[in-house]
Every structure is written in C-alpha cells, then in structure tokens.
Design a protein around this ligand. Structure first.
Ligand code: ADP
Ligand code: MG
Length: 650
C-alpha cells in the first residue's frame, strides 16, 4: 500500500445484535438497570443544564422515572422527564451503536456544574434492551427550545425507522415489546424484584406501575411509592446519621432481624471517591458458617455482591455497602479491570477497618470486650490473611482467660510474669519492609525453645478436670475454642517466637507436681516403675506410656495427656478435610497420682484380684475427662462400674 490511511471501524449491527443478545451480559435482567439509569442520567443532565443556565426547569420540577408493565401487550415501558433527545441526538447516540453520550456530555459540562454524577459509561447500555425485546420504540422530546418530538423504532435487525413523534412533554419514553422468552419482564413482581436489586438507591425516584390493574370507578388510583431511596445513608456525612438510622438501614438492606454490633462509615473524596457502611454482624459461630455480604455500587447503581477484587476476602464476613464512582468497570460492569487502583481501594478499606477496631479497643475497651466473642473469628481470619491488618491489630487481639477476663497478649504475659524477651515482631507499626524481609531470613538461626508457655482450653466442659487443677494451683489459661484457633495459634507462634501455646491437657506442668527430694529419688523411681508395669499389664497396652507423679492435690487419681504437636497436626488435617482415621492413634500418656489412695493401693496390694479392675477403671476415668468414650469403651466402662458396685454389697 502506498499511503497510510486512518479511519474508524464501523460496527455492523447485523453482527452485533446476536452478540448483545447472547453474550454481553450473563444476566438478562440487567437491561432494567441500563434503561432506568439512562432515565436517571437524562434527569441529572436536565438539572445540570439548568444550573449551567442553558435551559430552564418547569416550576416544581421533580425528576422521576416510571417503569410500566403491561402483561396483555407484553410490554415494559420506561419513561422519564429528563433531557429528551432531538432527532440529531437520536442519530448520534442511538443510531451509532456503542457511542456513549455520557462521556461527551461530561466533557462539555464538567466545570459548569458539579455535584451529581452521571451513571452511563458504556455505549451499549441502551442496546441491552434487545436482549429481551424483539422491537423497541422511543418517543422523545428534547428540552432544547423549539425541538420537534421524535419517534424511533427498531425491530432488532439492521434497520431502524425514524419519524416525527407525538410527545408533548419533555422527556423520553422507551417501550420494549418483549420476546417470547422474556415475558417474565412484564410481570409486576418479577420487575419489582429486579428493580429492588439494582435500583434501590438510584439518585432519582423510580415508580413501578402495573397497567393490568384496573382502577375501580370512584376510587383513586393507588399511590405508588418510589422503589428507590435517592439519598442512601452512606451518601450522608457520618455526623448527620443517627444510630437508629444505621440500624434501620442495616435491617432494610440485609433483611437481618438481629441488630448489628457496630459499624464503620467510610467517607472519602481523595485520592479516590469512596463511601460506604460496613457492619459487624453478630456471628458467634465457627467461621465456616459465618456469611456476610458486601454490596458494591457505582454512583448508587448496584453492581454486584462480594466482588473479591475490591473487597479483601476476610471482609466478606461483614455486611455492608460500598459505593465507589471511580471504579474501573468494563462493559459488563460486574467485571473489574484488574489494576493497581482496585488494590488501593481494597487496602484503604482494610486500613479503615483496622483503625476502627483498634480505636474501639483503645477508647471503649468495655464494649470491645463485649463484642470480642462475636468479632474474634473475623479478626483472627483477617490477621492470617493480611499481614498489614495483622500488624495493626496485633496489640488489640484479646484472650479470654479461665475467669473470662479479656486481656491483650502483653497484658496476659505481664500477668503471668513472663520474662519479656524483646520480640522482633511486636509493635510492628514501625517495622519497615527491610526489617520484614530480614526476619524471613532468620530460618538459618539456631532454634531455641520458646521460653513462655501459654496454656489454652479448647473445650471448657471437656477439660474441666484440668481447669480445676489449674485453678487449685493458681495457674491460668486462655480459652481458644473456635475452629480457626488451631491455625491461628501457629500463626501467633510464628510472629511471637518467645511464646508457645500448649493445650491444657497436653502435659502436666511442673507446678502441679510435688518435687521429689534427692534422697527420695531412687526409691520413688523403683515404686513408679513397679506401678507402671502393673498398670500396663492390666490394660494390656504395650505402647501406652505410664508415668507416676506426686500431684499436689490428692483428689485426682489419673490423667491422660496427648502431645500438643501430634494433636495439632491431626486438627490441621481435619480442617483441610483429610482423612485421619488410618493414622496410627497415639495412645497418649497416662499419669497416675502417687498421692492418691487408689494408686497407693495398687502398689501395696499388687497381687489383689481387684488391681486389674482398678487399673482399667483408672484409665477410663482419665479418658472420660479427656474425650468422649467410643461405644465399646463406654460399654466396658458401664459393666465394670456395675461390677465395682457389686463389690460394695459383699
Ligand atoms: P451511556 O448511558 O453509557 O451513554 P447508553 O447506550 O445507555 O450509553 O445510552 C446512549 C446515549 O443515548 C446516552 O448517552 C444518551 O445520550 C442517550 N439516551 C439514552 N437513553 C436516554 C434517555 N432516556 N433520555 C435521554 N437520552 C438518552
Ligand atoms: Mg446508559
């Protein structure tokens, strides 16, 4: 070719209609959102023209969009009293597919009138009507002085028809003659449902009218109420909103009869526009079953629920609305262009949530403690998912102790009198990236056993025997009883190398035992070995480890413990849905209390026929206070209990 030519590609409507119909939007109901938002835009534009002094508004002007369904004619009609279109405008904006008038309008009037935003972005909005209609007509009258009304119609092929219209009021009426697969959209209830989904907060009042309903003579027609609330709570200043309004809004939007715990009102203009309200619902369940929802809006037009690019996934446990007019949406709108901007929005939201929570802990500790059981799963999950969130929250994680007091980690450490090795990961607000990286390289360093043990309770009922022993000896433990805690504990240990979590029934701490004096040691060992041997024989469990210790209390006869590591591994595997049944079961360690009369009896009457009975019963009693017995174990336990009671009668 000898010369370079420039030109624009023209789209052939015969090719594009089938694409619009089948592929452009996966949800056909989206045409309602597009046509209603065009009506809203037309009204916003008319107001802008008035502000810019280009055209005047009639007295008492109130913009509104009416959606009318007619099931006899199988039509749905959208009418607005917005800006209208001249014949030329119909040519430019409608006859050229994919030409968005919104952009051009914004450029022209950008500086003349601020305020309201125009929704339209993508020129295919209007043509989404052909997803559900065989034929579409437009009746419009422009607000331009002396404009003639225009009638336009198109049957979904490549031809359109345009002639002078009959409309006498400024505005536009668009009628869709539904195709046979889309008759649902002339049903009032179906249309209301869709309008409520997409248009509940559009910036103009929207009314749904059912033409099938006959108005009886002498009766005034029913006064419809607007489907939309043009001034949603999130668009107001936080200082203007009352607690009642926040709760009302929550109930209305999320259909949740329970009150939210508290909420965060996001409101920012710079460096991007973002408004919204995030509610902390009452969860108090294990995190698998907690389900939140974050509704995303673009200029008060609903886009979709739970868009994961914008909302960090741990925040999906919350319930909320976010309106971000600057979102880089692509044609299908619910899909986002994946760019750095979207990540910034997500980071901002995370930061705000952390600020709110830490602020609450600092200034309103009493309520923060009250909420803790409900919000802890969310916070722990967030800490594991997002390092920045974790940095911000690490000083505000609470631990509920045995007496149900709530303490931060450092408060708990102080109360336990832990020696405070400076931990690198503490107070990470100031940790720079360089430091973060260097701590990752620490793997090569020699591993030192963490010096401070935090005992924890995973089930207060099951572990009550251990708890009362702890209590009797002035020891404390924290309650970590949700499914997420298994992984959360490991996460905490990684961040705090000086502490280690051990479940209360994993070992018998030295504090619970009496010390054995030097001269006593040898004989105590002999006795212990003897008792252990007798017990092992009686139970015929060769691989069971049996220990004998002198407990400070003499009411507990026997205890069983399983190692923390082993159990954690099993818990993890269960959490990931792996089958642990084929794994060799660790029999645990049976510890007998040498100070208990029954254990003394075994030693002194090793040949008595009662000894095997006692041994087996001691083992079962230890098991019972550790876990539920299996059906077989339970049957054995019951028959043996009867046997023992029979001895009383002899
Ligand atoms: P967008 O809204 O992104 O501009 P659309 O395809 O939805 O794209 O609409 C194309 C153009 O048609 C609009 O920009 C507007 O100029 C015009 N238009 C559509 N509907 C109306 C209406 N109800 N009133 C006035 N103009 C309209
Ligand atoms: Mg549009």
């Amino acid at each position: 070719m000898s010369e370079t030519r420039h030109g624009s590609l023209s789209i052939n409507s015969e090719n594009i209609f089938p694409i619009i119909k089948k592929w452009l939007y996966s949800d056909h109901d989206i045409f309602l959102r597009e046509l209603v938002s065009n009506g809203c835009d037309a009204i916003t534009k008319r107001k802008k023209l008035n502000l810019a002094g280009v055209s005047e508004l009639p007295e008492n002007y109130k913009g509104k969009v009416e959606v009318t369904v007619n099931s006899k004619d199988k039509t749905i009609t959208f009418s607005d009293n917005g800006i209208g279109m001249t014949g030329e405008e119909v040519d430019t904006y409608i006859n050229q597919i994919a030409f968005s008038g919104a952009e051009e309008f914004l450029k022209k009037y950008q500086d003349k009138a601020g305020g309201d935003q125009i929704i339209g972005h993508f020129g295919l909005g209007f043509y989404s009507a052909f997803m559900v209609a065989d034929e579409v007509t437009i009746n419009t009258l422009s607000c331009t002085e002396g404009a003639a009304p225009v009638f336009w119609s198109c049957d979904g092929g490549s031809e359109f028809e345009m002639s002078e219209g009959t409309r006498t009021e400024v505005g536009t009426e668009i009628t869709l003659y539904l195709n046979s697969e889309s008759y649902e959209f002339c049903n009032e209830f179906r249309v209301r449902e869709v309008l409520e989904k997409y248009c509940s907060f559009m910036p103009v009042e929207i009314f749904l009218i059912n033409e099938d309903k006959e108005v009886k003579e002498g009766e005034a027609p029913e006064e419809p109420s607007s489907v939309s609330d043009p001034n949603p709570l999130w668009s107001k200043q936080p200082s203007e909103c009352t607690e009642e309004e926040y709760k009302e809004f929550y109930k209305k939007v999320f259909h949740d009869y329970r009150e939210p715990l508290f909420w965060i009102h996001l409101n920012m203009d710079y460096p991007f526009n973002l408004k919204g309200i995030l509610y902390f619902p009452r969860i108090n369940l294990e995190y698998e079953s907690a389900e939140g929802v974050i509704k995303l809006y673009n200029n008060q037009v609903f886009i979709a629920d739970n868009i994961k690019e914008v909302i960090p996934d741990f925040l999906l446990l919350l319930k909320g609305v976010i309106d971000c007019p600057d979102l880089p949406l692509n044609v299908s709108r619910s899909a986002l262009q994946n760019d750095g901007f979207v990540k910034k929005i997500a980071d901002y939201i995370t930061k705000k949530v952390a600020d709110k929570l830490s602020g609450l802990c600092k200034t309103d500790r009493e309520n923060y403690e009250k909420y803790w059981d409900d919000i802890s799963v969310f916070i722990k999950y967030g800490c594991m998912k997002d390092a920045k969130f974790c940095d911000k929250m690490s000083d505000y994680l609470l631990f509920k102790d045995m007496d149900h007091n709530y303490l931060t980690l450092s408060e708990y450490k102080d109360a336990q009198g832990f020696n405070d090795e400076p931990s690198k990961k503490e107070n990470t607000d100031t940790v720079s990236e360089a430091e973060e990286n260097s701590s990752e390289n620490n793997e090569g360093e020699e591993y030192t056993e963490p010096s401070n043990v935090i005992y924890y309770i995973s089930d207060e009922n099951q572990q009550s025997q251990y708890i009362s022993m702890f209590r009797d000896n002035g020891l404390n433990a924290v309650i970590l009883n949700t499914a997420i805690d298994t992984s959360f504990i490991s996460h905490l240990e990684m961040r705090n190398p000086d502490i280690r979590f051990i479940r209360i029934d994993s070992e018998i701490t030295d504090t619970l035992k009496e010390e054995v004096s030097e001269e006593d040691k040898e004989s105590f060992k002999q006795q212990s070995d003897k008792v252990a041997g007798i017990v092992k024989d009686a139970l015929s469990m060769e691989n069971l480890e049996v220990k004998v210790e002198r407990f400070k209390n003499d009411t507990t006869s026997s205890m069983i413990t399983y190692s923390e590591d082993q159990r954690r591994m099993e818990d993890m595997m269960k959490l990931y849905g792996m089958d642990t049944s084929s794994m060799p079961k660790e029999p645990g360690v049976l510890t007998l209390n040498a100070n208990h009369p029954l254990v003394k009896y075994i030693l002194e009457h090793s040949r008595s026929k009662n000894v095997p009975l006692i041994c087996r019963h001691l083992y079962d009693l230890a098991l019972i206070s550790h876990r539920q017995l299996t059906p077989d174990e339970m049957a054995g336990f019951i028959s043996r209990s009867n046997e023992i009671m029979m001895l009383l009668t002899k």
